[in-house]
Write a new protein. Structure first.
Length: 131
């Protein structure tokens, strides 16, 4: 149930549909099945580009330089967990963990936003779906 494996599987299925039925067959699947779910997925806690939001805030407020530092890598290669900290002008602002460095960085950025008192839920606007 790892997200990266599920994403790879979906990509493989869509590739097979494309090879068998072409672009319009894939488009129908994406529009009918996936796009309808997008608004509910983007409203769930944990969704959002927290790194971008943090960077924009730091630059707008001229707070200094952000650095993402990988503190730990634990576990076997197929189940590795990463721990990342966000440094703002060499001070730890937040920390996060995840199954990829990218996920850990997002979690660290989210923790940093919370530390700065910035609202992090409801980041994504509604997405319209048309068939």
């Amino acid at each position: 149930m790892r997200p990266s494996i599920l994403a790879d599987a979906l990509e493989a299925v869509l590739g097979a549909v494309y090879l068998d039925g072409g672009y319009n067959a894939v488009r129908r699947i994406v529009v009918r099945r996936l796009m309808r779910e997008l608004p509910s997925v983007t409203r769930t806690p944990g969704y959002g580009n927290y790194k971008s939001m943090l960077l924009e805030h730091v630059q707008k407020q001229k707070l200094g330089r952000l650095v993402y530092n990988t503190k730990k890598e634990e576990g076997p290669d197929h189940e590795k967990t990463f721990t990342v900290e966000v440094l703002l002008e060499r001070q730890v602002l937040g920390e996060g963990a995840g199954y990829s460095k990218k996920q850990a960085q997002q979690e660290a950025a989210r923790a940093s936003l919370v530390e700065l008192g910035i609202e992090v839920e409801g980041l994504v606007a509604d997405t319209e779906v048309e068939e």
